[in-house]
Write a protein that binds this ligand. Structure first.
Ligand code: NAP
Length: 257
């Protein structure tokens, strides 16, 4: 399985992440076709990864593993366009939120070799958290083969399908809640005298330590929090928590509507 071909329908951000990681880990099958309506995106991808072939949606749909990297509004139209061209033994991996396995199967006249995943960007360095759901009929042998492939991107726990949109809010978008803060703290550190070479190591070690203390120690949140007496951000914490309330509820409601 998966020693022959992958077709990506949609050649945007997450496709680039997957291809880059598969190339780095030598897991790219010999034939990879990518389709995208935006020719500039496709040409840029081809320039970065000459090993891939540019194709149309139908070419991509004819491969052994078909990875659908499209946003929900265009999903149904594309499924209509390609449904006759998906081979019965192929697998279709959808990265789109909101569209269930049952709905995809209906769009594809009952084709049921369907997997859904909600990946995140650290997959590009093999540190992703990528919850996955397999359609009921997929054999454990196939599941294991797919899990072997997914392992190059990071963790892929099997989750309930009803939770995939929640993971989209928490783990797929999660890096964007934090990374700008790492960048800002780094900028401040440099302005206070830490060298440019040291700053990423300094901030990442601090963040890793804080995460381990919060997640993997026996101390309660209050104990962890009170280990530091001076909290320069204290008077802003409510504001920041309220921003989380507003923004995460907004996106959660949108994904679940
Ligand atoms: N990026 C992530 O970290 C991430 C994480 C989890 C899940 N996802 C999911 O993965 C899917 C793709 O996300 P993305 O971040 O890769 O989006 P993206 O960067 O916008 O890529 C999607 C690509 O598909 C193209 N496209 C639009 N209509 C098409 C059609 N009919 N046929 C072929 N290609 C078409 C788009 O072109 P235009 O721009 O011209 O429309 C765009 O280049 C989404 O459902 C997203 O929710 C992404």
């Amino acid at each position: 399985m998966l020693n022959k071909s992958i077709g990506f329908i949609g050649g945007g951000r997450i496709t680039r992440i997957f291809i880059e990681r598969m190339i780095k880990t030598d897991k790219l099958p010999p034939k990879v076709i990518v389709s995208d309506t935006n020719d500039a995106v496709l040409s840029e991808l081809k320039q970065k990864f000459p090993v891939i072939e540019k194709g149309n949606n139908i070419d991509a749909a004819g491969q052994e593993l078909v990875i659908v990297s499209l946003h929900p509004p265009v999903f149904a139209d594309v499924m209509r366009e390609v449904k006759e061209f998906i081979k019965k033994d192929s697998l279709l991996l959808s990265l789109a939120p909101k569209i269930t396995i049952a709905k995809i199967s209906e769009m594809l006249n009952g084709f049921d070799r369907i997997i859904r995943m909600n990946p995140n960007s650290p997959s590009i360095i093999g540190e992703g958290f990528n919850p996955v759901v397999f359609a009921e009929g997929i054999s454990s042998k196939t599941k294991n083969e797919m899990k072997d492939l997914f392992a190059v991107f990071g963790n892929s726990p099997e989750v309930k399908e009803s939770l995939l949109e929640t993971y989209a809010v928490i783990t797929a978008m999660g890096p964007t809640y934090l990374q700008f803060q790492f960048e800002k703290i780094s900028e401040m550190a440099v302005s206070f005298g830490i060298s440019g070479e040291e700053v990423k190591n300094t901030i990442s070690k601090m963040v890793e330590g804080a995460v381990q203390l919060w997640a993997n120690s026996n101390y309660s949140f209050e104990e962890v929090y009170n280990m530091v007496p001076v909290k320069p951000m204290l008077q802003d914490e409510e504001t920041i928590k309220n921003i989380y309330n507003t923004r995460l509820n907004e996106i959660n409601n949108k994904l679940k509507s």
